[in-house]
Design a protein around this ligand. Structure first.
Ligand code: ADP
Ligand code: MG
Length: 417
């Protein structure tokens, strides 16, 4: 009896696995063809297993959890697949034969109809209300089935009524409902997580498209305006105290350009050159590019020797990644602090280290690194690291970060040799 109970409890969890792929498929256009079929097959298989191994309470009563996959099939598969599952259930029940066939068939139909009628708006409800509805449905179906069975037996047979039977009659609907609530909660959590991922990737796609179309439209006029400002800066008839404003305007334009390039690095560049890059040279050139920025912030930018370190990747992307991380490091470091660049060769990988003595990050913050739009800066985009993580992955590399609040942050950019 216990074995069968465990079998029942375990198998009802199986469709959870295939459901993940179904949701992916629905949302990302046939990424996993056949996943829906898999979901329905697993549901059907669960029903068969549940019914093959019913829990025998040795009082002439058998119970199983067949309604769970049936209800899930209707709710998360749709009306047609749900009906198919119901037909399968009925077919298998006919095959098994024995007592209570009519009741079983009748209540499968009832369960199907009730589920369909009740759940038009089901998917719009918050989880709590969904669970309430499910509880009502599950209890309603099983209790009325048991009542029916009870009356049926009362009229046809002389039934001996004892405490054990009574306990089963009350316990079974409760058990089924509890399991159903657990399964639905798990399903909803999986859906929620997947939906969140999807939202983010959709957001990114639209950002990418936007960035591509806006670049030329915005960058060129900005460059022209910047050019004229530079000319004015050299004009003698503009008083020096007014030229400060020109400087500010140029700086603001540069900042806007920087934000645009953050967005731009999200647009996938198809031209992917793969080269063997000398990291020492790369760090030197980055150091000179970032030096003015570090100077402005009063941060020391230090490069340690990195002889014979090579990485294989796209030079533009590698530079972009490192620049993003160095820039973040400088921004996070208060005046007088240091940002250190170094690199080492390990057995199979080349590791570039960028560490700062800045404000550091809490564990929660570390987890969010690389998420789109995660920023703690008033004028940040929250796209720099996201783009970096993505570009590193495109080159079979990865980025790891460790940090301590108040002490600093250490980024490791790991590339294949
Ligand atoms: P942005 O720089 O526009 O904010 P990023 O994706 O480059 O976007 O960085 C995201 C966030 O990660 C930053 O806002 C900051 O909170 C955190 N961060 C990144 N690098 C560091 C660092 N070296 N020290 C502290 N926090 C950092
Ligand atoms: Mg940044």
């Amino acid at each position: 009896m216990i074995e069968h109970m465990i079998i029942n409890l375990v198998v009802v969890l199986i469709p959870l696995i295939s459901l993940q792929f179904v949701l992916f498929e629905k949302n990302t256009a046939a990424k996993h063809p056949g996943a829906t079929v898999m979901f329905h097959i697993s549901n059907a298989a669960v029903i068969v297993v549940c019914m093959t191994f019913p829990v025998d309470f040795s009082a002439g009563v058998f119970f199983d959890l067949r309604y769970i996959p049936l209800i899930i099939s209707f709710l998360y598969g749709g009306i047609a697949p749900g009906c198919l599952t119901a037909v399968l259930l009925i077919g298998y029940r006919l095959l098994l034969g024995g007592d209570g066939m009519i009741t079983a068939i009748l209540f499968t139909v009832v369960a199907g109809i009730v589920t369909i009628s009740q759940f038009q708006s089901y998917h719009l409800l918050p989880l709590k209300k969904k669970l309430k509805k499910i509880t009502g449905l599950s209890m309603g179906i099983t209790l009325s089935k048991l009542l029916f069975l009870f009356l049926y037996l009362a009229f046809t047979d002389v039934i001996s009524w004892d405490l054990k039977k009574a306990a089963i009659y009350i316990g079974y609907p409760l058990l089924q409902t509890a399991v159903l609530v657990v399964v639905i909660t798990l399903i909803e959590n999986i859906r929620h997580a997947l939906h969140f991922q999807l939202q983010q990737s959709e957001m990114l796609n639209s950002v990418g498209q936007l960035a591509a179309s806006v670049t030329h439209e915005v960058r060129n006029p900005m460059a022209v305006a910047r050019g004229f400002m530079q000319i004015f800066q050299k004009e003698k008839y503009i008083p020096e105290d007014k030229k400060i404003f020109l400087n500010m305007m140029i700086e603001e334009i540069d900042r806007a350009q920087m934000i645009i390039s953050d967005y731009l690095s999200l647009v996938k560049t198809n031209s992917s050159r793969i080269e063997r890059l000398n990291v020492s040279e790369l760090l030197s050139s980055l150091k000179s590019v970032m030096f003015p920025f570090a100077l402005l912030k009063g941060v020391d930018l230090v490069q340690k020797p990195a002889d014979n370190v090579h990485v294989v990747g796209d030079p533009v992307k590698v530079k972009q990644i490192l620049m993003n991380i160095i820039k973040n490091g400088i921004e996070a470091t208060p005046e007088g602090g240091t940002v250190t660049l170094s690199a080492f060769m390990e057995e199979k990988e080349a590791i570039i280290h960028i560490s700062d003595t800045g404000i550091g990050m809490a564990r929660e913050q570390l987890k969010k690194l690389g998420n789109p739009f995660f920023t703690t800066k008033s004028s940040g985009t929250g796209l720099g690291l996201m783009a970096s993580y993505r570009m590193a992955a495109e080159m079979n590399g990865r980025i790891e970060a460790t940090s301590e609040i108040g002490k600093g942050t250490h980024f490791k950019i790991i590339f294949p040799k």
